[in-house]
Write a protein that binds this ligand. Sequence first.
Ligand code: NAD
Ligand code: UDP
Length: 333
Amino acid sequence: MNVRSLDAAKKRPIAMVTGGAGFLGSHVCDRLIAEGAHVVCVDNLMSGRRANIANLRALPQFSFIEADVSMPLPQIDVDEIWNLACPASPPCYQRDPVHTLLTNVLGMKNCLDLALNAGARVFQASTSEVYGDPEVHPQVESYRGQVNSTGPRACYDEGKRAAETLCYDYQRSHGVDVRVARIFNTYGPRMDPADGRVVSNFIVQALHGAPLELYGGGTQTRSFCYVDDLIEGFFRLMRAPQAASGPVNLGNPGEFTMRELAECVIDMTGSPSSIVTRPLPVDDPKQRRPDIGMAAALYDWQPAIPLKEGLACTIAYFTNELWLAPFAEEMAA
Ligand code: NAD
Ligand code: UDP
């Protein structure tokens, strides 16, 4: 596939987005198209959805390649690579743990090899999971984390840690320009209702009037970032003239217990739902909150959207996904 010659006349930069049909990747594709890039979206659709990129499919400056990043990538002369391919929800990434590990490690290596050949800059979607069940709170980038290397989350956590290692080995050995974001729990429109993460689960359960399933006692905490804030952080990190010396935390430091989140969702949806408890998954981190001092200092970035405001937009999105979109499809058929 020769995307370069396709766009040579127009001189658009070419960006490859792996995982571009997923929740975050599709927002990255939108922003790149708005900036005037040609976007090559590579996705195997294992947790992504065609609907997330339906608005882009007809555009001549958008190409979709259904492929697995753990296999060799199409050798396109790209200017930048955004590597987001990997399922992010624990039930999803634990379904085929070996494939999750290979997606992270081989997918990263394939992106870095392509970047080396093409002279491209690489963005890596790393994660707060590299801190495991953290003993340092809030988590600063210099904290090396507490990950159980043999537990059920390890395929994801250790895969992302190894991917970070590859990034900095390619930087030191070959001078590849790598930008690594450690992303903390992010939510918003285009999450899959069946994805299995807490925000989507609670909202979908509340909208159905079903009990909200709280794992453990609900005292564990997370810090939730609205997608628009995160994407702005991605672009500041990727567009900065100089790479940071290492990974940079991106997230919203507002910290909530899962019980607080459940109560907030019930309240905001006006749902009659109750809260029921279920066993806490193995190795579920007890607390998580980003120290975002580095992103603030380097990129003048901080999130602007508080939880309730982001939840209101997300509830509106899920209401449409669950009730209005299927009805509209039925009417059109
Ligand atoms: P998502 O599951 O919605 O998107 C992942 C996308 O990658 C999907 O479209 C999926 O089909 C694709 N994919 C998975 N394995 C692939 C493979 N082997 N080859 C090609 N495509 C593949 O998840 P998301 O929330 O959009 O997360 C995107 C990235 O950000 C992931 O790398 C994830 O680890 C990272 N991240 C997300 C969060 C968050 O809170 N959303 C937090 C930390 C890190
Ligand atoms: N959780 C929950 N109910 C759910 C899904 C998740 O109580 O339906 C809890 C989960 O045990 C964890 C927190 O919510 O403590 C965040 O879970 P999620 O899977 O969204 O992200 P991660 O654990 O990867 O941060």
